[in-house]
Design a protein around this ligand. Structure first.
Ligand code: PLP
Length: 479
């Protein structure tokens, strides 16, 4: 493919994406294909001869699109949003166009420096304490990870190394392997699956402590767990606090957990994957009260900040904790830079290679501006509140717990079985998509405002679908 064909293919692909977005409401959210459909539709072997890009695009439209779950449909209300915007897509094209690696400053200076700049911008927009920012006088800074899962694992590995070094310094005769086997991590039973997985990957026992009735991990629960474990010779090492749990978007009180972690030399990581973006609006910052106690903080612009997957923004108070954990030198990685404030990002992450991801953060922050991003968050939350009002206007339903951010959880008062049936039937019809959670032992349906395209008519549409299905179920007298 030469540059002329690239221009034609690329422009046609952009038209295809724009057409797709413009007509996304005409499609069911969920696809109708059967498992294995693509294995049957595509040849068993890769093409031997080069093909025309027009044929590739035709197959995209005719075959590939048929198997897509439309995450950007305004009637997609499952999980949490995955970000998308034209600004981000263009940033991604520019990134792919350059195709550089940024593991060291010299491997592409701008790749490192734009990441520093954009994460300082974002950190300030969120109101993070200065120590987390590269532009402060300390050794803090931000780094782009691929996912919140990776950030949680990076934090865990750094906490492990830091704890081992600290204990060996005090008592050099201790056995390193023995120390590692006694380290314990903690989070709440409301944590995302990725937090539990970080414990598995990092070979550290991850205790899921019982959250309170509102889904929050409380200080007294954490303190008790530390005390009990210490009494048994275990060593508390790492805590993951959740700001916006996946099930019900509950917020752990950092101001309770933080002082306990700080007093006991335990690393506190904050997983604010979804809800963290809301802190760009000052009215939500009270929910991160106590963030100054944290050692690391992570949120996903690829969830709620209109940035396409993958881009997770992580800040640490002391970058040397990461460098001490991940620094492995090779002669071919030698760099000429001498400014220690400029990071060698390969020491802040798991892989060696790294994409120029900050380009899409940069394009989004510039094209929307801080005001545009705040507007996006406020509109989405107001749509969720509108939905909650609609549900509350129907006395067969209960909204529970209180709506949080862009999430509204609800159920039919008649019981779990009918609520389950309601979700099952709606999913089978494929017009709207939601998933379930549990709250205080009850089955609930989660309704999330996900797409940036969702407007009040879409919310009314989805509510009408829910109501119609509830009418059918109630008329059949299913219990
Ligand atoms: N943490 C929370 C609270 C989440 O809700 C999610 C995903 O929804 C994750 C972590 C995982 O995010 P990622 O896919 O970026 O690893």
């Amino acid at each position: 493919m030469d540059s002329q064909q690239f221009r034609e293919f690329g422009k046609a692909a952009i038209d295809t994406v724009a057409d797709y977005m413009d007509s996304i409401r005409n499609r069911n959210v969920l696809s109708s294909v059967e498992p294995g459909f693509l294995l049957k539709a595509l040849p068993e072997d890769a093409p031997e001869q080069p093909e025309d890009w027009k044929d590739v695009l035709k197959d995209f439209n005719e075959t590939i699109l048929s198997g897509v779950t439309h995450w950007h449909s305004p009637r997609f209300h499952a999980f949490y949003p995955t970000g998308s915007s034209y600004a981000s897509i263009v940033g991604n094209i520019l990134c792919e166009g350059l195709g550089v690696m940024g593991f060291s400053w010299m491997s592409s200076p701008v790749c490192t420096e734009l990441e520093v700049v954009t994460l300082n911008w974002l950190g300030k927009l969120l109101g993070l304490p200065e120590e987390f920012l590269n532009c402060s006088s300390g050794s803090g800074g931000g780094v782009i990870q691929g996912s919140a899962s990776e950030a949680t694992l990076v934090g865990l590995l750094a906490a492990k190394e830091k704890t081992v070094r600290r204990l060996l310094k005090v008592n050099p005769s201790m056995d390193e392997g023995e120390i590692k086997s006694r380290l314990v991590a903690y989070t709440s039973d409301q944590c995302n699956s990725s937090v539990e997985k970080a414990g598995l990957l990092g070979s550290m026992q991850m205790k899921l402590l019982k959250a309170d009735a509102d889904g929050r991990l409380r200080g007294e629960t954490l303190k008790k767990a530390f005390d009990e474990d210490r009494a048994q010779g275990l060593i508390p090492c790492y805590v993951v606090a959740n700001l916006g749990t996946t099930g019900t978007c509950a917020f752990d009180p950092l101001y309770e957990l933080g002082p306990i972690c700080n007093e006991q030399n335990v690393w506190l990581h904050v997983d604010a994957a979804y809800a963290g973006t809301a802190f760009i609006c000052p009215e939500y910052r009270h929910l991160m009260k106590g963030v100054e106690f944290a050692d690391s903080f992570d949120l996903n612009p690829h969830k709620w900040m209109l940035v396409n997957f993958d881009l997770s923004a992580m800040w640490v108070k002391d970058a040397y904790d990461l460098i001490n954990t991940f620094d492995v030198q090779r002669i071919y990685l030698a760099d000429i830079k001498t400014d220690t404030k400029i990071p060698d990002y390969r020491h802040w992450q798991i892989p060696l290679g790294r994409r120029f991801r900050s380009l899409k953060l940069w394009t989004v922050m510039r094209i929307y501006g801080a005001e545009g991003l705040r507007e996006h968050i406020r509109v989405q939350i107001s749509l969720a509140q509108h939905f909650a009002k609609l549900v509350r206007s129907d006395d067969r339903f209960l909204v529970e717990p209180e709506p949080s951010m862009g999430l509204v959880c609800f159920r039919l008062k008649e019981g779990d079985n009918v609520t389950k049936r309601l979700l099952k039937n709606l999913t089978e019809k494929k017009e709207i998509y939601m998933v379930a959670a549990t709250y205080r032992g009850r089955y609930i349906i989660r309704f999330v405002i996900c797409s940036r395209l969702t407007n009040i008519d879409d919310v009314n549409y989805s509510w009408n679908k829910i109501k119609e299905e509830a009418n059918l179920i109630c008329s059949q007298n299913i219990h």
